[in-house]
Every structure is written in C-alpha cells, then in structure tokens.
Design a protein around this ligand. Structure first.
Ligand code: HEC
Length: 235
C-alpha cells in the first residue's frame, strides 16, 4: 500500500526539483550554485566577471585569481588573452593570462578598507544570498537613523551603515550576451562570480556528491532485494 503511493510521489518530487532548476533566477531569487547539488551558472559568472571588472575592481582586489583562471568559466584562451591585454599593470605594462588580477591602488573610505573579494562569499554568513542582498540593500536611511559622516545606509549590512557607496545601477555595464543589465541582474551575476571564486571546485564537488547518492540508493535496493531473497519463506 505504502509503496504504491511512494513511487508517484517520488516522481512528482523529482520533476518539481528539475522544474525549479529551470526557473528564472531572479524572481524568486534562486542561485544555480545554491543547494547540495547546485552548480555554477557559467553564463551568469561570466557576466559577473564583467561587473567585477567594470565596477568593483577599482576598489576591490581578488588576489587569489590569475586571468588564466577565467578559462574555467568557459572563456576561450583568446578571450582571456584579450581581457588580460586590456589591463594596464602599475608598471605600465599590459597584463598577460599568467598575471594575477590587478590590485587596485590602496584606498580607504573614512577609514574603511575595501576587503579582497576572492573568498568573500565563504567569509560572510549567508554567502551568495548575502552578497546579493548587500549589493541591492542601499537606499535612503529610515526615519530615526542618523548616518555617520561618509557612511551610506544599507539594509543588509550589519548595523545598517557602510562606507561603500551604492555602485550598481541599471546599465552600469553592457553584457556581451545581450542580457539586460538591471541593478538586480548585475548584483546576482557578480554574486555568482564571487561564489565561483570562493569555491572554484563547487560544481565538481557537488557532481561527485550526486553520483554518490545515486550509488547508495542503488546499493540499498540491491541489499533489500538480496535480503528478501535470502529470507524468502519456502513452500
Ligand atoms: C568606490 C570604492 C568601492 C567600489 C567601486 C566597490 N566597493 Fe565594495 N566596499 C568598499 C569599501 C570601502 C568597503 C568596506 C565598507 C565598510 O567596511 O564599511 C566595501 C565592502 C564590500 C563588501 C563587504 C561587505 C561586508 O559584509 O563586510 C562587499 C561584499 C563588497 N564591498 C562588494 C563589492 C562589489 C561586488 C562591488 C562591485 C559591484 C563593490 N564592492 C564595489 C568600496 C567599494
């Protein structure tokens, strides 16, 4: 009896899971990299690099990355060479694919220093979602909140006051793949890019996990059938 209900339920559950994956990533916000079996959305991460390069790199470094690492996002060696060649290092020479990401000039905003973003997703509670909420959390301070000089209101930042200005706005970058660059899209894409940089092996690790789960389900079925066979009542 139980089993007759269980099989269709399982099928519906699996289908719902697949359908949820195919959903638009912004409404409701759902990162492809999220969850136990998530994988990096390479197209989003490529757009996210464009946001980092065009908007964030003037203040934030990513010292764990070399330009050649971008090939892991699906960029060709020629595209990577082109990106590197367009970066002028502090000694005036052009970067190469083997150069580390260019470090911005040291700066502070009212004493607050922009942190390196290589592993920021791993360093903040809430990870990818937090980065998205932080980047879209700027706005006018609510009544009764007095901002410190030089600080900006950000609903997602602990304490609500941050020394980073709101830097994203619609069309802050132009996406090569034609995606419309809204503030929310830019925030989601750069959050996915930073998720990859904090954990470049996420996709591979999750794929191994999924295969392990399938293997153990298979093993459980074999064990169950074997047990039945061994303990089958004779006669
Ligand atoms: C004009 C310089 C500037 C730019 C451009 C800038 N930031 Fe920042 N950012 C800062 C500063 C300064 C801080 C430190 C703020 C503080 O501690 O109050 C910061 C902090 C952060 C933090 C840490 C928040 C936390 O929880 O501690 C994140 C994440 C971040 N920035 C992401 C980005 C991203 C992504 C971009 C590009 C879309 C970007 N920033 C562009 C100056 C900048």
């Amino acid at each position: 009896m139980m089993r007759r209900f269980f099989a269709p339920l399982l099928a519906v559950g699996l289908l719902a899971g697949v359908a949820a994956h195919a959903e638009d990533t912004l409404s409701p916000l759902r990162f492809q990299s999220a969850g136990t079996f998530g994988s990096i959305d390479l197209a989003a991460a490529q757009r996210g690099f464009a946001v980092y390069q065009g908007v964030c790199a003037s203040c934030h470094g990513m010292d764990a990355l070399h330009y050649r690492d971008l090939q892991a996002l699906g960029l060709t060696p020629a595209q990577v060479a082109g990106i590197a060649a367009s970066v002028k290092l502090s000694d005036g020479s052009a970067a190469t694919p083997d150069s580390r990401f260019k470090e911005p000039a040291a700066m502070s905003m009212s004493g607050a220093v922009p942190p390196d973003l290589s592993s920021i997703v791993a360093q903040r509670a809430g990870g990818t979602d937090y980065i998205y909420r932080f980047l879209t959390g700027f706005g006018p301070a609510p009544a009764g909140v007095t901002l410190l000089p030089g600080s900006n209101y950000n609903a997602a930042f602990p304490g609500g006051q941050v020394f980073m200005p709101a830097v994203l706005h619609d069309d802050a970058v132009t996406y090569a793949d034609g995606t419309k660059a809204t503030t929310a899209q830019e925030a989601a894409d750069v959050a996915e890019f930073l998720t990859w940089s904090a954990d470049p092996n996420l996709s591979a690790r999750h794929a191994v996990g999924l295969r392990a789960v399938i293997f153990f389900v298979f093993l459980a079925i074999v064990a169950m059938l074997t047990k039945r066979r061994i303990w089958r009542q004779e006669g």
